[in-house]
Design a protein around this ligand. Structure first.
Ligand SMILES: Nc1ncnc2c1ncn2[C@@H]1O[C@H](COP(=O)(O)OP(=O)(O)OP(=O)(O)O)[C@@H](O)[C@H]1O
Length: 158
């Protein structure tokens, strides 16, 4: 399995990493984001939004499930499916996954069956204090290429 890993030592670095990743994203891209409470998921999404040129403040959409930001280079659909927990019901996510923007799904394993097969899975692991490990697992050709470009062209070591 292709896997790319980078350690960050403060929240700004995590945000910057996501900001750079955003430069490589295109319409229809799907990123899942997993990590314990306080790992840095929101920090990562804020960076993505900034990288897409979104000026609005990004907050966790836990209570609304989805927030939409449309003032950037591409729309950003930020989902937090924590409260859906293991629902088999088709909640119409495909409309966003196949849509004209970038979709980020926090706690994505709760809707595993409804996720597109091709996607970028990102795991944020707490290492200690301000150190986090960002692990990228691309699924499918498009995302493998994206990770290779991101890690090579942007000089981010694997
Ligand atoms: N290297 C780092 N990367 C990201 N966040 C870090 C890092 N070091 C320290 N932090 C701190 O960890 C916290 C991460 O909070 P954040 O809200 O982004 O996490 P979260 O995964 O979204 O949590 P929750 O699931 O509770 O919403 C922030 O207080 C941030 O300052």
């Amino acid at each position: 399995m292709d896997q790319f890993e980078i350690k960050t030592t403060n929240p700004e670095e995590t945000g910057n990493m996501a900001m750079k990743l955003a430069q490589h994203l295109q319409a229809g891209d799907v990123i899942t984001l997993e990590g314990d409470l306080g790992a840095g998921k929101t920090t990562f999404v804020k960076g993505l939004a900034k990288g897409l040129g979104i000026g609005r403040t990004v907050n966790s959409p836990t209570f609304t499930i989805m927030k939409e930001y449309t003032d950037g280079r591409l729309p950003l659909y930020h989902m937090d499916v924590y409260r859906i927990e293991n629902s088999d019901e088709d909640l119409g996510f495909d409309e966003f996954f196949d849509g004209d923007g970038v979709t980020v799904v926090e706690w994505a394993h709760y809707i595993e069956d409804q996720l597109p097969e091709e996607r970028l899975d990102v795991f944020i692991r707490y290492i200690q204090d301000n150190t986090r490990s960002l692990i990228f697992r691309p699924k499918g050709k498009r995302y493998i290429k994206l990770c290779k470009e991101f890690f090579t062209d942007d000089g981010i070591s694997d």
